[in-house]
Design a protein around this ligand. Structure first.
Ligand code: KIV
Length: 262
């Protein structure tokens, strides 16, 4: 399978072949995701919730994102690695956005993701001018949790606003657009209107692709949103293995002869 690049993803628009994306935060899972043929490995700032056990993504730092991007990129051969820009790494200034996005590319990402549409247009423009490919993210933006008053579906009050955001972001040169937590009809309209691929999460089936948080899919997250399908119960499998190990040690069945040196 050919390496996924920014141009090859852009070329998928209108091809009818859906784009698949999953988050990953460490080398073992990044390798498995990549070997499964998933197109995009997103090193998401959801690391702050599903790995660090926090309440929101707000405390995640650039140093943490660089660390996770580096260990993920090391394990990925084919997929496009996208590094997520954490809270306050791009909101403060255009210069900070370029500097911090550059750090994610130096850590191994091929592109960065940031939250925001029209309000972040000068950041997107500057990054694109610096040859840093940008995946934009509109709708439910977890870094705006306090403004939104919780993780709520967005765009119901002002349906035109999201389309305006999407149109502007695409015209500014973002190569891809995440649509999170928006009504499916709006996602369908946006997908039909913009020339770049849309990747949905809680945005219905009409996007050009879908992304899930790895731990939701695996059954490892504490709060799984309604829109996230769990494909396997790894928590159950792991708990069973831990219980068997405990019982084997306590009963003397582990280690066995062939697990012991003489
Ligand atoms: O940080 C993340 O994992 C994300 C996905 C939910 C799209 O932004």
């Amino acid at each position: 399978m050919d390496k996924i690049t920014v141009p090859s993803l852009l070329a998928r628009k209108g091809s009818g072949v859906k784009i698949t994306a999953l988050t990953a935060y460490d080398a073992p899972f990044a390798r498995l995701v990549d070997q499964s043929g998933i197109d995009i490995v997103l090193v998401g700032d959801t690391v702050g919730v599903v790995v660090q056990g926090g309440e929101s993504t707000l405390p995640v730092t650039m140093a943490q994102m660089c660390y996770h991007t580096k260990i993920v990129a090391r394990a990925v051969r084919r997929a496009l690695v996208v590094g997520d820009m954490p809270f306050l790494s791009y909101q403060v200034s255009v210069a900070a956005a370029i500097r911090n996005a550059g750090r994610l590319l130096k850590a191994g990402a091929a592109a960065v993701k940031l939250e925001g549409g029209v309000r972040m247009i000068d950041r997107i423009e500057a990054l694109v001018r610096a040859d840093i490919p940008v995946m934009a993210h509109i709708g439910l933006m977890p870094q705006s949790i306090h403004r939104m008053g919780g993780y709520r579906v967005q765009g119901r009050d002002d349906p035109g606003a999201l389309l305006a955001d999407a149109t502007r972001v695409a015209a500014t040169g973002a190569f891809c657009l995440v649509l999170e937590g928006i009504p499916m009809d709006q996602a369908a309209t946006i997908t039909a209107s913009v020339p770049i691929p849309t990747i949905g999460i809680g945005a219905g089936p009409h996007c050009d692709g879908q992304v899930l948080v790895l731990h939701d899919l695996l059954g490892l997250s504490i709060h799984r949103p309604r829109f996230a399908r769990q494909y396997v119960d790894v928590a159950h499998l792991a708990s069973e293995a831990f219980a068997r190990f405990k019982s084997d040690v306590e009963s003397g069945r582990f280690p066995a002869e062939d697990e012991t040196y003489r």
